[in-house]
Each structure stands twice: as structure tokens, then as C-alpha cells.
Write a protein that binds this ligand. Sequence first.
Ligand SMILES: [Zn+2]
Length: 483
Amino acid sequence: MLSKKNSIISPCNFKGRVKNHAPTSTFSHHSSLHFQLSTLLSTLYTALFTLSTLATPSSPHPTPHTLHATPYTPHPTRHTLHATPYTLHPTRHTPYPCTAEEFFYIPSVSFSLLKTSLNSRARLGLLKTAHGEIPTPIFMPVGTAASVKGVSPRNLTELGAKIILANTYHLHLRPTTPIVAQMGGIHKFCSWDKPVLTDSGGFQVWSLKSLRKIKENGVEFRSHLDGSKHFFSPESVMQSQREIGADIIMAFDECTPYPSTKEEAEKSLAYTNRWTRTAFEYLAKNPPLHGYEQKFFGIVQGGMHPELRIQAIEKLKEINPDGYAIGGLSVGEPAETMYKMAEVCTEHLPQNYPRYVMGVGTPVNLLELISRGIDMFDCVMPTRNARNGMLFTSAGILHYKSARHKTEDIPVDSKCSCYTCKNFSRAYLRHLFCAGEILVLELASIHNLHFYLHLMETAREKIANENFEEWAREQISILQREI
Ligand SMILES: [Zn+2]
């Protein structure tokens, strides 16, 4: 449970952090230069935001990018062999595997930091990928096995999802990644033409515990499905992600358990550091298979040891990945510890790259982490909790299975504009659940995903209008209530 006293959104805590952060930040809170920059970026964002709201969510043509605050800088090391002319309109059916001439090039350094809040580290950004642009902060619905449970791609599009996540581990086991490749890559396979991010499988293999054995060059594990033996190396995981064809692919990491001593965390981090470099070097020699660029994100580990997190960031900076993920959070530590680790990381991460906290979390976690400068999130919570009977609403948490909703002829959330709330009552949802009707899984998932996506959309608006912190404080208090 969040302690308001310790919340980073509270002005007193924030003051201390800004002071420490100011000397290294381009966005110093004390200079007039900062004010001018902020005003300029704010104006640019407002113009961009106006443009983006005019586009329909399913528009195949991303917003024009002439307003981006940061200029395009070619990536220093990768993809130089494939620098075909830059276009924002990928074709979906590039031959597989493609040749260098067919390769669809999008510059690697393509995250634009549009604005940083004056009163917290909350940021607005825009991440360009081969399958569309992603405004940040963003929540990514989880489609573990190339399917967001209970929600069709058509519904995801209607919900305004900009990117979904899939798991290399699950796709490696079923249907196997060569089959995904043969089917034209993940976008064609699951009929989703917007961006996809794949997790490397590091976390899933780690969570197998008794079924895995860590070795110098990778992890040997047994499938949770049939006990068959498999081996993941940094190279094999990159190969799998090339076959899958996600727009953003993750380094192969070793998740540090919680709690861990500094020595244990250090040993674990050494694996991640080494494997990340191996993966990066492998990708430099092995370009994408499906004809468009795949962004490579490194993962910051280091347990709950700030000095190791900083060390991990410095190692990653040497590689210069397209984005920085923070792994090993939400693994059993108190929320305040998670926030502190995220804060340590955002103090040291470069400004002009996306930051992604993996596998987190509740709506409250998301708001707290946005205020600390995190841009991207994923979590099974909205869909899993929906299936288990828990819905997030603008008035607090609602358990739709409860008997008190038996005759309640009102929507789950009267302020919500999702398909479920516009058409069905709480009584009907409870009835579906009690009668074992699978429709309830879809309707509940639609509502919860809408809630998460709408929360992120509102957060972006509030950051743009310089009133994010006040709004977030109010939401954090509401979202912990049960109704
Ligand atoms: Zn709803």
C-alpha cells in the first residue's frame, strides 16, 4: 500500500531530488534557460498533440514528424549496411527473409522527448517504430502468446492500444518462433499491424526456478508445458526475436531475486551485462529478417542495490541501446523500494531515450513511476484481474462477483466510455460470471484495459498542461479505495 507521506509526488520530497539532479540535467529547474526550453517544448507539444488528436486511432499513417523536438541522429554502429531511404509507411508483406535492398529502415535514435514536467520528472515523448508511433507515457497490454487474453485485435484497436507485448519464451515453446517467421512474423500472424514489443524470456526462465540452470553462456530450462529440455543463450534469444519480428526486442537478462545480498546481485548483474553485449554484437552482424528495423532495449538489473543499478546503466550506455528497461522490480519488494530504485535509475539514465519499467503494475504504481520519469509499462494485471473479478474504476476498485451487485442496474463505471460500460450493467456481469459464461472475460478485460489506456492518455494531457502532479495525487488516493 502506498504511503502518501513517502510519495515522490509530494512537493517536499521532490524538492530534494531536483536539487540533487539539477547539475547533470538539461532540464534544470532553476535556470531561465530551462524555462525558455520548457515553454518552447510545451508549445511544440501542444501543436503535436492537437495534430495527433485529429488522427483516428487506427490510422495506418503515423502523425507527421516535422514537429519533433529532437533531431534525427543516425545510430553510430548499427544498421549502417541497410540505410535505404527513410519512409514512415511500411509494407506489411515484405518477403521473408528480406534482402538488404528490401530492408525497411527507420532510424534507431527515434525517441523524441517532447516535454518534462516543471514539478516532477514526468515526461512526454514520442517513440517511432516501423509499425507506428507511440506516445509516452504508454501502457502496453500483454499478449503473452501473441494474444491479449479475451480481447481481439479489433477490440484493442477500438480501445486505442498503441503497442502490445508478447513473450519470446511462450512463442519459442508454442508454436515455435520459426513457425511465427514462416507465417510472416508476429504482426501478420496475429493480425495486429501496430507496434509489438517482445520480452526476451529472461524473466520467464528465471521464474521457472527449479526447472532452470544458469550457465556462463545462457540458461538451460525445462518447459512448463511438457518438461522438455531447452537452452536460451543471448544469441538464440535474439534469433527468436528476429524470427518473431517485434518492433522492439529485449536483451536477454538474468533477473536478480529479491532479497539478494550485494554479492549475489553483483554476480547476477555480471551475467546480464555480458549477455547484453553478446546479444548486441549478434544483432550487429545479423540484421532483422522481416524487412523493418527492430529496436534493441537493454535491461538494467542490480537488485535493490542503488550502486549496482548505476553500474548497470553505465555499462549499458557503452552499448548505446535504443531504449532502457528497468527489470527486477515488482518481485516482492515493498512499493516504496520499487519507487526508490526507479528514481535512482532515472537520475542516471540518459534523457533522450525511452525508459521502460517491466511487469509493473497497479494504476497507482504507474502514476508514481510516471512522476519519477518512466515512459513505458506492461502488466498482466488489467486482464488477469478482470478475469478474476476485479475492475478498476474512476471511483475505486470494484469486485463484480459480489452479491451486492446482483440487481444493480448501473454500469461498472458511469464515467467510463468503454463498450462494456456503455452497454451492460453490473448485475449482468455478475450473472455472466455466476453462470460461467465466457463473455464476462471479454467484457471485464475490455473495461480494465480501457481504464489503463485512458489513465495513460489523461496522464499525457495533464503533463502537457502542467497539472499532472495535482491530478495524480488525487487519483492515487481514489484508486486505493474499494467500492
Ligand atoms: Zn468501462
